[in-house]
Design a protein around this ligand. Sequence first.
Ligand code: HPA
Length: 267
Amino acid sequence: MCQVKECVEIISRHIKNFKPKVGLILGSGLGQFSDNIITKSSLNFTDLPGFPVAGVGGHAGKLLFGEIKGTNVVVMQGRAHYYEHGQADIMSVALQVLSAIGCKSLVLTNAAGSTVKDSSPGSVMLITDHINMTGVSPLFGADGNERFVNMVDAYDPKLSDDMRSAARANKINLHEGVYAWFSGPQFETPAEIRAVKSLGADAVGMSTVPEVILARHQGIPICALSVITNYAAGMSETDISHEQTIAFASKAADTVEKLLNTYIESQ
Ligand code: HPA
């Protein structure tokens, strides 16, 4: 049996009559958002064939089923990154499963460095578009004409408007901008940051873009947020580190919680 079908069966045996409406992928340091969910049940990624083995600190590797403000949600607490296995389609089965169990849309979150002085660590940015700096695609090896995916409006305009409304309702200053995907795991050089800034990037990170491409291929609308955890390389005196990423991601936890609660309620 294919892995997606297997996962769907495991989930429906594990939690009966549960249909999530929104899927949420929590990035580095954002796992504590899960405290906010009325969790009905959970599964470890290791119980789900084809789900990634989440190995990075700040990532729990759990699939949670629950409710936020009356809306059924499924939450991936943790994700896998291209830099872990050199496999850009590592999230493919997981995304197909979220869609197959009922999710009408997904919210992707990540931690990112800011190339813009105005977006300081602790702020949140709505991703409106991306630049793929890796030259890699999760659709390498895919066949059929569907692989030639249209990437215009990849960040769904309606869902993005819903996120803007959620920010206004909570008086949150939601930044907006373009996210540049670098493979990692090394952080960028100052020269790389100057280069992507001049290309139009407002934030940089090591995730999300492969998932956006996969979701687009699979026809799942997405909305995406970057939690700014640091100024990008060369822009500040503070050393960039994974520890800083985790620390600043949890600093933004309150903002993210308010934003996502209101957004999810509106879906
Ligand atoms: N670069 C890449 N990834 C990141 C950064 C960064 O500055 N901060 C958090 N994730």
